[in-house]
Ligand binder design. Structure first.
Ligand code: FAD
Length: 815
């Protein structure tokens, strides 16, 4: 008999897969009563029932690895706590490399994992063969072994989580599809079902591949697409050793694990294809897709070389099931934009079983404590751009996500599908100047400029790539003459209304009650003093302000601001990003170049650093702002889109006499790293405070009432125990990218948050947090000691500094 539906609950969890049951279980374990879990069919009947069961810690980011570490703890503790098995077995994983490049990728990944405290051993092909005697290893360059990895049973784990949840008071109702989400005043208020409504304070959408549809019920965009995903299970293999390590053989697009008395061989193969992109069939339950041996056969054939035993063994099961993938290959975990208390956990890209128990515990802590226990900006559901839920976009881009899963992940690698979507008004001009484009949230952006005769394409490697020398010239032009960038993709929010100032004064840690025509660099903090946004605010007049943020943070910054509007307050936030092109003109000759094109006085006295005004330029008018993200004298020009080409042409025509060169985003990155300018989502995010990030100078300590102030004052009193430090690598050939462990006097103290080669300093420059032994450790401690950064297993010496290594006094932008 069907259980009666409660008419209210504190939390409704939608979805009885591993993620939803884990969330409900952890909420109940935190002591929250009135948690209800609903599934449209039966527990595990979505994707969970057919998960292969791999639990591998080699995930792409620090945060997602932390989620798996939480999962591992749950896999181990659950049986004792609930009396139900999870099937967890610690077998280790062997990642195989068949080339020097693949081995370097694995070595870099192993180093990154060590920053999480994960054991990852680089081993020889021979040793891999000893650990897994059935393997063909003659063509291998080496392997990396994660001894603490394991595998488990997804159905058993989910049932154990459900049992544990019930033991702690959760009500689980199967065959109860949610048909609508109730919203009230920008906040979720409950769910609708055929059996009635449930009022709820919080709703968690853990609906697996239905996530896009459930999100749409709430007006929340969740870009997912189900793809056909395969594995094969063999007949029994005589004498097969139990508990063999899992094999991940990216060169063969495959993984292998023991399954009963045989082996399971699963694939992340190129040529994947979408399933049910126009909507998942209403009766879908324990779905099996048709076998497709024509597609899979050649990959299986290849695997018979890696594991010759396969050639002599029959196939017991050829399984194909749907799994949802996302455009960027990372899941969505956290509170949704525009709807308070509506949490999303979806798009697990075939790592939902190994991430699910941890993801559920993260969400539960987040809901109970009001803040995420982990910094996971990469999983933020607010990172979505509107085009990303288009069916055609998803079909193309998400297919590529799976196609690339087992390819080498190169630094600066660009996607090739669904390109050319969002173009700056200057697109054709910068293309004509030789731009080689990268893509960010659909925007085509000039990453570097290929001189005439140089092929306009990337040649990827872990060392200096083919654009290195060309980008160096762009960097040099900005440092020594003048460079011009097209940053039109930047987010621009117009904040206006009677209460715009009051709103911004509350949201900004800096003081924006400045004269019209001034720009303020500021952070937006959460109640714990963590940095939710890193923006500039330009006061246009009494009641209008312009907020500039990055293209990737625009949606979340807008969401944060709109949430900040108090009841009865009149302030309107409008996204005007695409109505304005943006050209930073940067470098010591920028003043001379611009002065030759305008009647406005650009002298330091008339147009000081930190000011902004409309000036004539060519035959039109632009907003010029004296600010910099590269550390040089310069102006950022905001130009009405219709005038952008004229202004660009005018600058380029006049620029020849001043050594003007177009510069791309790789040069920008190199320039900003030398100045240690922070990047949100990399160097700073919600778990980092301005005091830790070295941004205390941007805080208006005397301004009462801004969000996060109390927490920040307490922290200032207690003293911080970690700080963002800038490093310059001693070896000029070494290149760090992100997540490399940082050692001080031989002890692990942190990891790199971002890095780039600094062409002026002639070395790779990195930023990274360093944790001190205790709060209040003086700055001298961070600067002293012997630092090393681990890159692909090798420790490289590094100089550390709390002040920018380039122009520490910041005299150049003020010249
Ligand atoms: C072949 C294959 C192999 C895999 N191997 C692995 C592996 O080795 N390791 C790994 O980590 N992952 C693996 N995965 C991926 C893993 O199975 C998924 O990522 C994971 O199960 C997702 O769990 P979930 O809870 O998000 O989704 P699901 O298990 O799909 O659960 C979502 C639930 O939501 C319910 N639901 C949907 N809409 C509604 C609604 N409107 N109202 C109420 N309920 C609703 C559904 O009925 C469903 O039960 C594999 C996937 C495939 C296809």
């Amino acid at each position: 008999m069907k259980q009666a539906l409660p008419d209210r609950a504190r939390v409704v969890v939608i979805g009885g897969g591993v993620v939803g049951t884990s969330t409900a279980y952890h909420l109940a374990r935190r002591g929250w009563p009135d948690v209800v879990l609903l599934d449209r069919k039966r527990l595990t009947s979505g994707t969970t029932w057919h998960a292969a069961g791999l639990i591998t810690q080699a995930r792409p980011t620090f945060g997602t690895r932390e989620v798996v570490r939480r999962s591992l703890a749950v896999f181990k503790s659950l049986p004792e706590e609930t009396g139900f098995a999870t099937g967890f077995e610690e077998t280790g994983t062997l990642h195989l490399a068949d080339s020097a490049e693949r081995l370097e990728e694995l070595r870099r990944q192993a180093s990154a994992a060590r920053a999480n405290g994960i054991t990852a051993d680089v081993i020889s092909a021979e040793r891999a063969g000893e650990l897994y005697p059935l393997l063909y290893t003659a063509d291998l360059a080496g392997a990396v072994y994660y001894p603490d990895d394991g595998r488990g049973n997804a159905t058993d784990t989910t049932m154990a989580l459900a049992a544990g949840a019930r033991q702690h008071g959760v009500r689980i109702l199967e065959n109860t599809p949610v048909t609508g989400i109730i919203r009230r005043d920008g906040q979720v208020a409950g769910v609708r079902t055929a059996d009635g409504d449930i009022e709820a304070e919080y709703v968690v959408a853990a609906a697996g591949m239905w996530g896009r549809e459930v999100g749409a019920m709430a007006g929340v965009a969740i870009p997912l697409q189900a793809l056909a995903h395969y594995y094969v299970i063999t007949e029994a293999i005589g004498g097969l050793a139990p508990g063999l390590p899992t094999i991940k053989t990216a060169p063969d697009y495959a993984y292998v694990k023991n399954e009963g008395a045989g082996l399971m061989v699963g694939f992340f193969e190129p040529g994947s294809y979408p399933w049910a992109s126009r909507g998942i069939p209403a009766d879908a339950e324990f779905t099996r897709l048709p076998e497709d041996w024509e597609h899979l056969g050649p990959f299986y054939e290849t695997m018979t070389k890696r594991l010759p035993v396969l050639a002599e063994t029959g196939i017991r099961l050829h399984f194909c099931g749907p799994e949802s993938f996302t455009p960027d290959g990372l899941y969505h975990l956290g509170e949704a934009p525009g709807l308070r208390n509506f949490f999303v956990a979806a798009g697990f890209n075939s790592v939902g079983f190994l991430s699910g128990p941890g993801a559920g515990s993260v969400l539960a802590d987040w809901i109970v404590d009001g803040r995420s226990p982990l910094d996971l900006p990469e999983a933020d559901p607010r990172r979505v751009a509107p085009h990303e839920t288009s069916r055609r976009f998803l079909e193309q881009r998400v297919t590529e996500t799976l196609d690339l899963a087992y390819e080498i992940h190169w630094p600066y690698q660009q996607r090739e599908s669904a390109r050319g979507l969002r173009r700056s008004p200057l697109h054709d001009r910068v293309a004509a100047a030789g731009a080689v484009f990268g893509e960010l949230l659909g925007w085509e952006r000039a990453n570097w400029y290929a001189p005439a005769g140089v092929p306009r394409r990337y040649e990827y490697s872990f060392g200096r790539q083919n654009w290195f020398e060309h980008s160096a010239l762009e960097h040099k032009a900005v440092r020594e003459a003048v460079g011009l960038l097209d940053t039109s993709s930047f987010g621009k929010l117009l904040v206006q209304g009677r209460d715009a100032l009051a709103l911004l004064q509350r949201v900004c840690a800096g003081d924006v009650a400045v004269e019209p025509g001034r720009i303020v660099y500021t952070q937006w903090l959460n109640a714990h003093g963590g940095i939710e946004a890193d923006v500039t605010v330009t006061r246009l007049d009494e009641t209008r302000f312009l907020v500039l943020s990055g293209p990737a943070t625009l949606a979340r910054d807008r969401d944060w601001l709109e949430r900040g509007i108090a009841a009865g307050e009149f302030a309107v936030v409008t996204d005007i990003s695409t109505s304005l092109a943006m050209i930073p003109v940067m470098g010591p000759s920028s003043r001379m170049l611009l002065q030759s094109l305008t009647d406005a006085d650009l002298s330091d006295a008339a147009f000081p650093f930190g000011t902004s005004r409309e000036i004539d330029l060519g035959c039109g008018f632009v907003r010029a702002t004296r600010i910099t993200y590269v550390g040089e004298l310069g102006w950022e020009l905001l130009i009405p889109a219709d005038l952008a080409v004229h202004v660009y042409d005018t600058l380029v025509a006049a620029g020849a006499g001043f050594g003007l060169r177009p510069a791309g985003y790789h040069a920008l990155d190199s320039l900003r790293m030398e100045k240690a300018y922070r990047s949100w989502g990399h160097d700073i995010s919600g778990g980092d405070t301005p005091l830790e990030a070295g941004l205390g100078f941007a805080v208006a300590w005397d301004k009462p009432g801004f969000t996060g102030r109390d927490a920040l004052l307490r922290l200032r009193e207690a003293g911080v125990s970690r700080r963002l430090v800038q490093f310059a690598l001693a070896d000029p050939d070494a290149l760090a990218y992100h997540d490399e462990p940082v050692y001080r006097d031989g002890a692990l103290v942190g990891r790199v948050s971002s890095a780039a080669y600094g062409h002026t300093l002639g070395r790779c420059v990195a930023l990274g947090y360093v944790t001190a032994p205790e709060p209040g450790t003086p700055p001298a401690w961070y600067r002293s000691g012997t630092y090393e950064i681990e890159i692909a297993g090798d420790r490289v010496g590094a100089d550390a500094s709390l002040r920018p290594l380039y122009d520490p006094g910041s005299e150049r932008p003020r010249s």
